[in-house]
Design a protein around this ligand. Structure first.
Ligand code: SAM
Length: 482
């Protein structure tokens, strides 16, 4: 039997079933242990030391106790703490992105995904490089600067060379004042050599959802194709890091398995990356299963309510304070609004989950991966966020300045975020407002920028940011960054 060892490179040792089951039992036994819960909450609180703010984070066992606890006052404290941690490290900035579906050809049999090989209903489509350029122009014309590319797994139709060519095309398109400055990649688990090629192509984060950490369920949910191999999939992030990618994004597809099991697995995965590579995940995504062609989400009996979903987000925020958290348009406006307050730091806007969807006038459904709940335009999402007091940020500076992996984490901890991320967010928002926003959004945005500039502590940085924003308003000068 496999023995739990976070430093092991073997999936069954760092995501250890026995350890997860023991964690769930410990959490169940202690869910009303107020003394323990208080000590866990106290451990997780931000501590200020001069300019630096630190958070200790929590182990998967500690965080699982919080997730199991249903005492209303304690749950309320968790939400408050999650909000406090979010503000300490991410402020009111929310990074914006959009997915770009390249190809829905897929050889796998994932039973929850309409791209599964046996689905004969769905139209199969793979974008040519010319079509990708057109999609990118459409995305740039909305105002996007950061994409996550998505593709099914198919070594013949979507080999790594196709993905690499696509990345090159995306970075090469410069339409009007637009450019895509960061391409994140969500493709199937692959080899160290291929991860190295992705790194050389200049990708931002490599994202791969585990779907479920429960091995037996995983094998049933992925009955055929290369994705059936649980160990190969679970060990992918180690290969990505060996290939030089130090920003990796984790996630599970909530609804497939019991959420408490997934939550413990997710945190164990984060602990493993920290233990082996010295840096935890750059992001954690929280997708929930959605209706899609050939897919009825009600078939999966582990679906979670909005309340539990929010609690999961808050508990992740508390447990891994420096990790970015992503919510997609799978969720509707009200859930996204709550999630922004309690932990989310990145949000997609105006997403189309179909192959070639951005160049179509009407939202196409024939190649779609799942139904999109939040169907607002990017302008509507940006305006909504600003009216809620958030700064939509189109910043991509960190990775372009080499601040990835532990260097990003150091920035996060150092207290320099207000002198670096904050002005970058404001300058990229000014670009968005000048080039793409409606009159109303522009008005809301520039008055927000004025207020937010005053919060930059360093006088010199504040002066430069103010001058750059004036230059953005009055000329075609773009891409300023700290
Ligand atoms: N083929 C790659 C892989 O296997 O990892 C790329 C992933 S796919 C384009 C992106 C993600 O969408 C999947 O990892 C899965 O979690 C999610 N997904 C699949 N079907 C879904 C559904 N019906 N509802 C919500 N999300 C879904």
């Amino acid at each position: 039997m496999a023995i739990y060892n976070p430093k092991s490179l073997k999936a069954e040792e760092f995501i250890n079933d026995e350890e997860i089951l023991a964690t769930l039992e410990y959490a169940e036994q202690n869910k009303n242990n107020v003394e323990l819960i208080d000590s866990i909450l106290n451990k997780a609180r931000p501590v200020k030391n001069g300019n630096e703010t630190r958070c200790a984070g929590l182990t998967h066992r500690e965080a699982s106790v919080l997730l199991a606890c249903n005492i209303p006052e304690k749950v309320e404290e968790m939400y408050k703490l999650a909000e406090e941690i979010k503000l300490a490290f991410y402020g009111n900035r929310i990074v914006m992105f959009a997915p770009l579906y390249l190809s829905n050809y897929c050889v796998n049999g994932c039973v929850y995904c309409p791209y599964h090989a046996k689905n004969k209903n769905i139209c199969r489509k793979k974008l040519t490089q010319e079509e990708i350029a057109k999609e990118v122009i459409a995305l740039q014309d909305m105002g996007h600067k950061r994409l996550a590319i998505e593709a099914g797994e198919d070594p013949v139709n979507n080999p790594i060379e196709y993905i690499l060519d696509s990345i090159k095309t995306i970075y090469s398109v410069k339409h009007k004042n637009g450019s895509i400055r960061r391409v994140n990649v969500n493709i199937a688990a692959t080899t160290v050599e291929n991860y190295r090629k992705l790194k050389e192509a200049g990708i931002g984060t490599y994202i791969l959802f585990q779907e479920t950490y429960h091995k037996k369920s995983y094998e049933e949910l992925h009955p055929t194709g290369p994705k059936h191999n649980y160990d190969y999939h679970t060990e992918a992030m180690d290969r990505a890091m060996q290939g030089g990618i130090d920003d990796v994004g984790l996630g599970v597809l909530f609804g497939l398995e019991m959420y408490k099991y997934e939550f413990a697995g997710l945190l164990m995965h984060a602990e493993h990356l920290e233990a082996v590579h010295g840096v935890g995940p750059h992001t954690i995504s929280v997708p929930r299963i959605k209706h899609a062609d050939d897919i009825d989400p009600d078939v999966f009996d582990n679906s979670i309510s909005d309340d539990i979903f929010e609690k999961i987000i808050a508990c992740i925020r508390i447990a891994v304070p420096y990790t970015g958290m992503i919510i997609s348009t799978r969720e509707g406006q009200s859930v996204r609004e709550r999630a922004l307050n309690i932990g989310i730091s990145q949000i997609s806007g105006a997403s189309r989950t179909s192959v070639g969807g951005y160049t179509e006038e009407e939202r196409p459904h024939d190649t779609e991966q799942f139904d999109v709940s939040d169907q607002r335009t990017l302008d509507e999402v940006v305006d909504w966020m600003m009216k809620l007091g958030f700064i939509p940020s189109f910043c991509t500076a960190c990775y372009r300045e080499g601040r990835t992996g532990d260097r990003f984490m150091s920035l996060c901890k150092s207290g320099q975020i207000l002198n670096c991320c904050h002005p970058n967010a404001l300058m990229t928002l000014a670009e968005y407002l000048s080039d793409y926003a409606s009159e109303e959004t522009k008005k809301t945005g520039f008055s927000l920028i004025e207020k937010e500039l005053a919060k930059i502590p360093n006088e010199k940085v504040r002066k430069i940011a103010t001058e750059n924003i004036e230059a953005i308003k009055n000329s075609n000068k773009r891409d300023f960054r700290f």
